[in-house]
Ligand binder design. Structure first.
Ligand code: IVH
Length: 812
């Protein structure tokens, strides 16, 4: 066992090194995961054999109560800065760097030194101590004299070797370098934070610092930090080094990541400066942020001669890039609508040159972020652009906010024109512009903008009606699980939308061969066609020059055939295809099973929808709002008029089963009441909706609510709707009586004849539900060939297990 543990540890560490440091994985991820799990299991069984460099430590451990303080054996110093401002033609003024070179040469008695130039990483400094090749301690810089022990967290950083590589490993080694977050990981982290309604990080450096200084190392492990080594502070044993470049070479051999291609050694300051200028151009394309370059005298002996002044070496300098923050003004705040309908406020700025580009817009992410930063029209703001990270507003300069006199009460003279004055904090001054709020309707299609409780992102509910979302909506409409239109690919849809040939779903059903040909020709001649190679993407034959367009039009016939074949969709597919927010395949199926026809779904009142299994208030509201919008109604009517006929189906989830009066009464919008109280109200009303509508003896709160016009109308709709729906008894539908109705099934293994989705469809048609995992709530496990852990779990829980025959018998 010990041998296997040793073997796995070495093997996994090698794979991680190949993947994270060399960027050249030699095995698939799944193989790594498999070996990792094997090692985890062995270590759990034989903890005494776990090695100190085991990769299992990389996932983090129990949270610490606090970080211990660590005194650095050699203080962690800082660097002095030099700047090279650029004039309007972009020419650098390098006088500060030339002065540095002169000081160095003077200090060396006239010798011309070699210099190493390397990135100045914008992260946080870390010191790593290795004893006999093993990582024993990691510490932050702190005040330079002592820092915090972050060993556990640092061990989670994938490209830091837990054991040094190679044969000639020093007995003792202290490595210095920088922990940072790659730009791509930073963007991903902030996307995750946005979706989870969490605070956004201002930049990769803050994100790296916040992630490293976590008492819970499991959080650090999830954050994907990265380490670059830049020097050796102390070494005992191993190879003797003479230059800084030797240090870098050794660090690389020992298994550390270095900024490949972005450091070099040069014989004089002139070539150093040329490299600096080249790096400034390269900076936006780097995977990580740097805020300048560091220039170091290469010879260690010369470094010693030069020594230190106060807390910085004389032999090195941080050559910073030009400032990346600038002041400008917010001219307007517009909203942008994304392809999926996400609505984002965007500040339009007076153009400002920052971080090497002219910035005219910055995203404010969402309403909450705009309000948190309190950005308003007319504000002076600090704009930051770091590398190729998208520009952002860092903060508002509140002292410069345009103000006006407050209302006449506090200012009896009254300035009727609300004159803008120099902002001076004063009691009768108020901001000229109100706090930012998103508009209620979409600037593109005028559909309602909806934001759900607890969600940061607001969305336009227009879907296909909104030009910004049209291509995406149509791709969804045509997709396999929706209308399943064969032959109509994403690229063709993009072209149809871009050329305005399809504006509504129904337009698809009016396409003909000449229109499709025109689409293809335009797409081929237009550079904006969203395809890398439009000629081949849209052609069913090899491009043969001009004559190709006159060739048979089989490709177009295929598309038309696919469209034609989609005219009689199952109801659930049709509902799913409409792109109603929150209506996935499953919800669409429930709607179809509950209401049986499109006409009925369209009329279903929100409180009844909210009673359906798997549908809560938010989803119900989304569905009811969708069908209430007149433009959406028109869109559906047009589809029907164009000959699309969603199939009606048997009602297998009859309303009577789950939408008892107390249930829907407890789900009325704007009237909060428990189901128990709702039962009492129903009794008082004489068990009738008309009683609820007219009875004058009902509680005042109820009467207030129901007397509001829209609530009154809603109750009338419910009354009519229920009267028109078949009740469970006269539905005449055997499926409702099936022993599968209302039961939860889990499918596992391969069945002899049925495919999994067939089995699922049959169960659902009989009123059952199919779930993905076995739990106490599971009623039946349907097990086929090679059933694994689900079968074991079902047996353990005493759940009835069916084979295919038994399932078919149960479903009748
Ligand atoms: S050498 C005595 N090299 O800059 C010199 N530092 O002001 C010690 N930094 O927080 C530093 N990239 O973490 C050196 N290539 C690099 C660097 C670098 C970034 C940071 C360092 C420290 C600060 C020093």
């Amino acid at each position: 066992m010990k041998q296997r543990i040793d073997e796995l540890t070495a093997q996994l560490n090698r794979y991680a090194y190949e993947y994270y440091t060399l960027d050249a994985p030699s095995v698939p991820d799944a193989e790594y995961d498999r070996l990792f799990r094997e090692l985890e299991a062995l270590e759990a069984a034989y903890p005494e054999y776990r090695l100190p460099d085991s990769p299992t430590q990389r996932v983090g451990g129990e949270p610490l109560p606090e970080f211990q303080s660590v005194r650095h054996r050699i203080p962690m110093l800082s660097l002095s800065n030099a700047f090279s401002p650029q004039n309007e033609d972009g020419v650098f003024d390098h006088s500060e760097m030339l002065a540095f070179d002169e000081r160095v040469r003077n200090g060396l008695g006239g010798e011309t030194p070699e210099y190493v130039i390397e990135p100045k990483f914008d992260g946080l400094a870390i010191s790593l101590t290795y004893e006999n090749g093993l990582l024993v301690q990691a510490a932050t810089r702190g005040d330079g004299v002592s820092g915090e022990d972050v060993t556990r967290n640092v061990k989670t950083i994938a490209n830091i070797p837990l054991r040094l590589h190679g044969g000639d490993v020093p007995e003792f080694l202290e490595v210095r370098g920088e922990v940072l977050m790659l730009k791509a990981d930073f963007i991903r982290l902030n996307e995750f934070q946005t979706v989870n309604n969490q605070k956004l990080f201002a930049n990769p450096r803050n994100a790296a610092a916040g992630s490293l200084r976590q008492l819970d190392s499991k959080i650090t492990a999830k954050r994907r930090l990265h380490f670059f080594a830049y020097s050796i502070a102390e070494q005992q044993g191993g190879k003797t080094l003479h230059t800084h470049f030797d240090e870098l070479v050794l660090l690389k051999t020992l298994g550390f990541s270095l900024p490949d291609g972005n450091y070099n050694v040069f014989p004089n300051i002139g070539s150093v400066l040329a490299f600096y200028e080249a790096m400034q151009h390269k900076r936006p394309s780097l995977l990580y942020e740097i805020d300048g370059m560091v220039i170091k005298v290469n010879s260690l002996a010369q470094q010693e001669t030069l020594g230190f002044i106060s807390r910085a070496p004389r032999w090195a300098v941080a050559h910073k890039f030009p400032a990346e923050e600038a002041l400008t003004q917010v001219e307007a705040i517009d909203v942008q609508v994304g392809r999926t309908g996400a609505v984002t406020p965007v500040a339009r700025l007076k153009p400002v040159f920052v971080g090497g580009v002219t910035v005219t817009n910055v995203t404010l992410h969402n309403e909450g972020e705009a309000q948190r930063k309190d950005v308003r029209v007319g504000d002076t703001v600090v704009v930051r652009r770091a590398g190729d990270v998208i520009p952002e507003i860092v903060r508002v300069v509140f002292e410069r906010r345009p103000m006006k006199h407050a209302a006449t009460q506090s200012n009896p003279q009254g300035d009727l024109f609300g004159a803008i004055t120099e902002a001076r904090p004063s009691e009768n001054q108020v901001p000229l512009h109100p706090q930012y709020r998103l508009p209620d309707t979409c600037p593109i299609c005028s559909s309602d903008i909806e934001k759900e409780e607890g969600e940061a992102v607001a969305r336009c509910s227009g879907g296909m009606l909104c030009a910004a979302q049209r291509a995406q909506s149509l791709i969804h409409f045509a997709s396999r699980k929706a209308m399943d239109i064969d032959g109509l690919g994403d690229k063709q849809i993009e072209a149809l939308v871009a050329q305005n040939l399809v504006q509504h779903f129904a337009d698809l059903y009016r396409l003909d061969i000449p229109t499709l040909q025109k689409m293809k020709e335009n797409a081929e001649s237009s550079e904006t066609m969203p395809s890398e190679n439009p000629a081949t993407a849209l052609s069913d034959e090899a491009p043969t020059g001009k004559t190709a367009k006159k060739q048979p039009v089989k490709w177009a016939q295929n598309i038309l055939e696919g469209i034609e074949n989609s005219r009689r969709p199952e109801l659930a597919r049709f509902l799913f295809a409409l792109g109603i927010r929150h209506v996935g395949e499953r919800t669409a199926k429930s709607l179809a099973q509950a209401f049986g026809s499109l006409e009925t779904v369209r009329l279903a009142p929100e409180p009844l929808l909210a009673c359906l299994p798997d549908i809560g208030n938010i989803v119900a509201r989304s569905i009811a709002h969708f069908f209430a919008q007149s433009e959406q109604q028109r869109q559906i009517d047009e589809l029907l008029a164009a000959g699309v006929t969603p199939q009606t189906q048997a009602i297998t989830l009859p309303l009577a089963r789950y939408a008892a009066p107390e249930k829907w009464l407890a789900r009325l919008p704007g009237f909060k009441i428990s189901e128990t109280k709702a039962t009492a109200l129903w009794e008082l009303s004489g068990q009738s909706v008309s009683g609820l509508l007219t009875d004058k003896a009902l509680p005042a709160e109820w009467q207030n609510w129901r007397n509001q016009a829209e609530n009154h109308r809603l109750l009338q709709n419910i009354e009519q709707f229920l009267a028109a729906m078949p009740s469970e008894n006269d539905s005449g539908n055997t499926a409702a009586e099936s022993p599968a109705a209302g039961k939860t099934f889990v499918l596992t293994g391969t069945l002899p004849t049925l495919k999994r989705d067939q089995a699922q469809a049959m169960i659902e048609a009989a009123g059952g539900k199919v779930s993905g995992s076995v739990s106490k709530k599971t009623d039946f496990l349907v097990a086929g060939e090679a059933a694994g852990s689900k079968l074991e779990k079902a047996n353990a829980l005493g759940i009835t297990v069916l084979d295919e025959n038994a399932l078919l018998a149960l479903l009748g």
